[in-house]
Design a protein around this ligand. Structure first.
Ligand code: PHE
Length: 341
């Protein structure tokens, strides 16, 4: 094949190949095949020595023209492929701004949190602050310093989850009373919300872990009427202003006198129903005047200071307020339940 024929073959072959190439790698290979150092065009130039000298300028020009043509074919294809790629990417990223947005699902406040937020708000308004204590307690804070004698049934293995012979999971939030009195001088006004543990079987009304909210006020001249007034405000805020309140004499080793606080049933309003077991009353907390022994053991002079304390079931408040009849739902984190709050 003479050079002219070679040029023609190269041109028609190149046109076909560049036209049909589908991706950038293949295109680059084609560029090398024709325009590279060892490519077809370079090959033609290397044959120029064999060409008659009078034909050489014409062949030289033709070869240059072909080289430019191929460079153009390459450039065109390159832009074409780039456009295609861009279009594909656009398609992938296409956003229809007229579509309604997808609302991200927000978390829900757990009913126990709803309750404690309200309770905190209320007591902070009354000048209380929030106290905390450890869930793993010593016998001393959980029992002894609370005037609970060694052989008291509450200390029994039946009720208490012991860790060893000295430490246990606190059975109530009352040890926070002791820790607070040891730590701070009166006037003391705290509430202490937290988890407590008892070795109960799990059922609709019992859980081995549940929650209490403790209250403690210690100062000079604190009397039972201060206790009554505080409870009154609390009950009216939490259970409604038309609730009746009843203080029923009771016994706790760490308070004297002690009283159980009942409120008129939120369902039947005193007539008697299944929620209040026909009594018309719901038991909502234990309370009393801090026992002088407890003040003394915490380092406070019981001739100077007096105080009152109360302790209530935090889960129970949530159950009463939201009509929950199974305590287990408070611990299961089932979204179908939590979504309602
Ligand atoms: N700690 C008591 C209980 O768990 C409740 C209580 C607290 C009673 C404070 C009186 C004063 O039952």
């Amino acid at each position: 094949m003479d050079i002219k024929e070679q040029l023609e073959t190269i041109e028609s072959e190149a046109r076909k190949l560049f036209d049909s190439v589908k991706d950038r790698e293949a295109l680059e290979k084609l560029r090398v095949k024709y325009l590279g150092k060892k490519g077809k065009i370079a090959d033609i130039f290397s044959q120029m020595g064999k060409v008659d000298s009078d034909e050489r300028p014409v062949i030289g020009r033709k070869t240059n023209e072909l080289k430019n043509l191929i460079a153009e074919l390459h450039q065109e294809k390159k832009s074409e492929l780039e456009e295609l790629l861009k279009a594909r990417k656009m398609k992938r990223e296409e956003i229809d701004i007229t579509l309604p947005g997808i609302k991200p699902e927000m978390g829900y406040t757990h009913p126990l949190s709803v309750i404690i937020n309200e309770v905190k708000q209320l007591f902070i308004g009354l000048g209380f602050s929030i106290a905390e204590g450890p869930e793993i307690e010593s016998e001393y804070y959980n029992f002894e310093a609370l005037n609970i004698p060694e052989h008291h049934p509450a200390r029994d293995l039946q009720d208490t989850l012991y860790i060893d012979d000295q430490f246990l999971l606190r059975t109530h939030t009352s040890p926070v009373q002791i820790r607070t009195m040891e730590d701070k001088n009166p006037p003391i006004r705290i509430i202490a919300p937290g988890r407590v543990y008892r070795s109960d079987e799990l059922d609709a009304s019992h859980s081995p872990v549940f929650h209490q909210i403790e209250g403690l006020v210690v100062d000079k001249d604190i009397s039972f009427s201060d206790l009554k007034g505080t409870i009154q405000v609390f009950v009216e805020e939490m259970y409604g202003a038309d609730r009746e309140i009843r203080f029923r004499p009771s016994y706790f080793p760490f308070t004297e006198p002690s009283a159980e606080v009942d409120v008129s049933c939120i369902v039947c309003e005193g007539k008697g129903c299944s929620l209040c077991s026909g009594t018309g009353w719901l038991e909502v907390m234990g309370s009393g005047m801090v026992h002088p022994n407890v003040l003394e053991m915490s380092g406070l002079d019981s001739r100077v200071y007096s105080g009152f304390a109360f302790g209530m079931g935090w889960d129970r408040i949530a159950m009463l307020k939201y009509g929950i009849d199974d305590i287990r739902v408070l611990f299961e984190n089932d979204l179908r339940f939590l979504r309602q709050f």
